[in-house]
Design a binder for this molecule. Structure first.
Ligand SMILES: [Zn+2]
Length: 694
């Protein structure tokens, strides 16, 4: 798991989260729920499209084909895509919702300055207004270029590098605010000589001679960008930029030489002695970090070398480098020539994409990426009903109860582990759809017609938020609204916090529909939520306890049993042939398939107990259990190009490819009964070979 102040923590399956501390609480704006609530399912009579099935196939022979076969036959993969699935479809639906929201906001008259709608609408309208960006030419760039041109001394350089924490750029002496590795209850500042200041992928891109043609191409690209910005003598300048970046790259240790457990906690006042060459007092003051704060350093040897480069490389070289880095980081809101040049070097020349996406698409993406907090709240107000949220909360509660019931009765757990596990489960809080309250947030001034200025102000706001976290305790239960938008099509956990977060983007058909049959919801999103919950108890999750403290609470004999169960499942998975000669890597996918197995068992029990002892009605000729399993298979409804199937299977993805995942039903006794599966059927497993974990 990696966390930094500019990126996202990527966890597990659909997830992206980080940490935030929240201050005061505001009264939430009223929900406009009247146009959002509905009474009948969006999809057919119970939330599942039965025309997607292929009933010519026996469910016991090929359950994926039985549930999804007709859909697979009629689905087409777009030319610029390598797959189509439920997830791509729901993502498209969210994309359309966001477009509606942003266009409405951009067109709305008299928006209150500083309101979510004003921020979103004016950002979007400004970003999309290419003629205005073109007409403004180089003028908006002048303040940033003047800031760099004013670097005349080494102290000026240190000041710029420190202050760049609040600029919309990456620089090599990177400052992060992150959890203290030795005291995960508090945030600490980290200074690192990082690859963030390099334009190409990593140090090897500069140092390995086989990349020389790409480096020459890079130098020519820098030359063109500087020329576009009005500089002269750009050939020489570009050569200097490349020289500096190559030296920065050489100062970085190869990844396999880094001691990831190293920990140095140094007061900022001691930096001058430890890392000579940089005017650190000026650097920290410009970054807004008070003197004598403790700073975490992981790789002091890198920083020593990096500091020397700040001391020795000519200032004119630094200025040219910083100008290029600024142009690179903001190219998307500069005149078209910059955008074309940037796209040509970083995308087209690598064969990734032949043409730029439409401006409208890029504008939506920029809001999704940069205005997460504001878009998240506006999305919920516009599209998520209270009823949807309440139904989802009730489902999560039912899943937690079923999980607890299973934990109470699982025979393989020792009493010690059982008790710790139940305690942790009880502590887990669900944040469903959106947070309980929208905390007051740091304001942002977005001005219509000032695209680059909006970038600048947004970066300054981000720095302010990060600085406010310094030396503060970590908010263990909070959903980081600045990083994870409620419009994400995702459910996630962070093993360091006893929470499960289900974002509103995934509370949509076919995964979930408050008006649909409960079997469809438990078999759909319910299984995904239960899958995520089990991650709180697997080999990562079990190293954090009910309070979110780092403590391995799994008794060793239970850990051994858990591992053995994983091995059995890995053997089952490894027997699956995805394409002729291409098999699932059971070992590599153990963690995720264990979560799939546990999630399916738990969600099924939750569905059964939600019936309160009654039998579910027959709908469209299907029993409640049949509908549960059909909805489960529908989650993984997907069509992938062969190359993609092969790449995903052999490329180290820790999840099995989608079309394999419905086969997990083979381990469920209830599935055999529901579909009358017999020993002659291809998916049949003898009762003793059916696996369970949670
Ligand atoms: Zn997972």
């Amino acid at each position: 798991m990696q966390i930094n102040s500019k990126g996202l923590v990527t966890l597990l399956i659909y997830s992206a989260l980080a940490l935030v501390s929240v201050a005061c609480i505001s009264t939430p704006e009223p929900l406009l729920s009247t146009d959002k609530a509905q009474t009948s399912p969006t999809i057919d009579s119970w939330g599942f499209d039965t025309t997607a099935m292929d009933r010519r196939v026996k469910p016991g022979d090929d359950f994926d084909r039985y549930a999804n076969g007709a859909w697979q036959d009629r689905a087409t993969i777009a030319d610029d895509r390598s797959s189509v699935s439920m997830f791509t479809q729901v993502n498209e639906s969210v994309q359309n919702q966001l477009q509606t929201l942003l266009e409405e906001s951009a067109d709305a008259p008299d928006l209150v300055p500083g309101s979510n709608r004003q921020i979103l609408g004016d950002w979007y309208a400004t970003y999309i207004d290419e003629p205005a960006i073109e007409a403004a030419g180089l003028k908006p760039l002048q303040p940033a270029l003047a800031r760099i041109a004013a670097i005349h001394t080494r102290s000026d350089l240190a000041r710029y590098l420190g202050a760049s924490f609040g600029f919309p750029v990456n620089t090599p002496l990177t400052l992060n605010i992150q959890p203290d590795p030795k005291d995960s209850s508090r945030n600490i500042a980290e200074v690192i000589l990082s690859a963030d200041g390099l334009s190409l992928d990593d140090r090897d891109a500069y140092l390995d001679t086989q990349h020389k043609p790409r480096l020459q191409h890079y130098q020519a690209h820098v030359e063109r960008m500087l020329t576009l910005a009005g500089f002269t003598d750009t050939k020489r300048r570009a050569a200097r930029v490349l020289t500096l970046e190559t030296r920065l790259a050489a100062a970085l240790l190869p990844r396999n030489k880094i001691d990831w457990t190293a920990y140095h906690r140094i007061p900022s006042g001691e930096f001058r002695q430890r890392f000579p060459g940089v005017d650190w007092n000026t650097y920290f003051a410009a970054a807004g970090i008070p003197d004598q704060s403790n700073i975490f350093i992981q790789t002091p040897e890198q920083l020593v070398t990096g500091a020397k480069l700040v001391a020795k490389e000519p200032l004119e070289t630094w200025r040219d480098y910083l100008v290029y880095q600024y142009l690179k980081a903001t190219a998307e809101v500069l005149p078209r020539a910059f955008r074309e040049e940037h796209f040509d070097f970083y995308t087209r020349s690598l064969g990734l994409q032949a043409t730029m996406q439409p401006r409208q698409t890029l504008a939506i993406e920029s809001v999704k990426e940069r205005l997460v907090r504001f878009l998240g709240e506006a999305y919920v107000q516009r599209f998520v009903s209270l009823e949807t949220r309440n139904t989802a909360i009730a489902m999560v509660d039912e899943i937690k109860r079923a999980f607890d019931d299973r934990l109470t009765h699982l025979s393989w757990l020792s009493e010690q582990t059982r008790s710790e596990a139940r305690k942790k489960l009880a502590a887990i809080r669900g944040q469903i759809g959106y947070p309980d309250q929208w905390p007051e947030t740091t304001p942002l001034q977005i001005i219509r017609g000032d695209a680059l200025g909006n970038f600048e102000r947004r970066a300054a706001r981000r720095a302010k938020i990060n600085l406010a976290k310094l030396d503060q305790p970590i908010e263990r239960f909070a959903w980081d609204l600045e990083f994870a938008g409620s419009y994400f099509v995702a459910a996630t956990i962070d093993p360091t916090k006893p929470t499960i977060i289900v974002m509103a983007g995934i509370l949509q058909p076919p995964f979930f529909d408050a008006a649909a049959d409960p079997a469809a919801n438990f078999g759909g999103l319910g299984v995904i939520i239960a899958h995520e919950l089990t991650h709180q108890f697997d080999k990562n999750g079990s190293t954090y306890d009910a309070d979110g403290n780092s403590r391995d609470w799994f008794a060793p004999e239970d850990a051994a049993k858990f591992k053995a169960k994983g091995e059995q499942l890995a053997a089952q998975m490894s027997s699956y042939e995805v394409l002729p000669g291409v098999f699932v890597d059971g070992q590599n996918t153990i963690t995720e398939t264990m979560a799939d197995l546990g999630g399916l068992h738990i969600a099924y029990e939750a569905y059964r107990s939600s019936l309160k002892g009654k039998e579910a009605p027959i709908i469209d000729g299907y029993t409640g259990d049949q509908r549960f399993f059909l909805a489960f298979a529908q989650n993984w409804r997907a069509k992938l190009r062969d190359e993609r199937l092969k790449r995903d299977t052999q490329g180290g993805d820790s999840h099995p490819v989608f079309p394999i995942r419905p086969r997990m039903v083979r381990n469920m006794d209830a599935w055999y009964q529901a579909f009358d599966v017999k020993p002659v059927d291809k998916l049949y497993l003898k009762p003793g070979d059916r696996l369970s974990v949670w």
